[in-house]
Ligand binder design. Structure first.
Ligand SMILES: [Zn+2]
Length: 263
């Protein structure tokens, strides 16, 4: 895709021992020059020693749902956008939140999507929540961020203090536009699947602080609701969900290309 790149790009390349999965490409060697096509890094939340949230009755683990959806999202994005798509993990392994960010920046991400599944005390709550980085606007978002931030293992517990600086370079405006495009296609495609709603929210997710590109954390559904947990386990449902997210991202990239071609 030929378009000028927005000014939030940082070009730092750092050594990292992870070998990511390259979807739709030939090799996974360290990047030497910027590829012409957009680079999208998908982060399958949790993994290895960290199962994430676990559904009560069915013992469905977030780490498995996030990986299954991330894999489908990677192949769907490669097809729909022609982007180079990388996964932070392609199997059941432990990664710190910092490692996920470092991988995204090493790949010089244009977009970073962290995939998760939600849980809350109210077992009736269902739906998809799309987060971008900003101050939490409600108590539920604050609690969720606390849980999802546990993977940072206290490496930077003062991250709230440094956040005000980071927010200025965190491509917040682009992330909000991306969130709106993904919400639009999710609403259209997931309503017929029984998903009652799609909400865009903000919170202080540590994994979004470090990625130097527009970033979303998508809570794909509530494992604390038995109906939604059953849905999230179905490969056909995962495919529809992944395709809907990919379509929203494709729409965002098209509108971004239009906007930046005018500069
Ligand atoms: Zn999670």
């Amino acid at each position: 895709m030929a378009h000028s790149r927005p000014s939030f790009r940082h070009g730092a390349v750092s050594a990292l021992l992870l070998t990511p999965l390259l979807v739709g490409g030939a090799e996974a060697a360290a990047p030497k020059a910027r590829p012409a096509e957009p680079v999208i890094v998908i982060d399958a939340g949790h993994g290895g020693r960290d199962p994430g949230t676990i559904s009560k009755g069915q013992r469905i683990r977030e780490k498995e749902i996030s990986l299954a959806i991330s894999r489908k999202l990677a192949s769907s994005l490669a097809k729909k956008t022609g982007a180079r798509v990388y996964l932070t993990r392609s199997r059941d392994e432990s990664l710190t939140l910092d490692q996920r960010d470092r991988l995204a920046n090493w790949r010089q991400c244009d977009l970073f999507l962290s995939i998760h599944a939600n849980a809350t005390r109210n077992s009736k709550t269902q739906g998809v929540e799309i987060y971008y980085l900003n101050r939490a606007t409600d108590e539920a978002s604050r609690r969720l961020a606390q849980r999802e931030n546990q993977g940072s293992r206290g490496e930077k517990e003062d991250y709230e203090l440094i956040l005000s600086d980071l927010l200025q370079t965190a491509a917040t405006e682009e992330s909000a536009l991306l969130a709106a495009d993904v919400k639009k296609t999710l609403l259209k495609k997931m309503k017929p699947q029984g998903v009652p709603g799609v909400r865009v929210k903000t919170a202080l997710f540590y994994v979004l602080v470090g990625a130097k590109c527009p970033s979303l954390l998508i809570e794909t559904g509530f494992l604390s609701n038995s109906q939604e947990a059953r849905r999230l386990k179905r490969p056909d449902y995962q495919r529809i969900l992944a395709d809907a997210i990919a379509e929203g991202v494709a729409n965002y990239l098209r509108s971004q290309a239009d906007r930046f071609s005018d500069l």
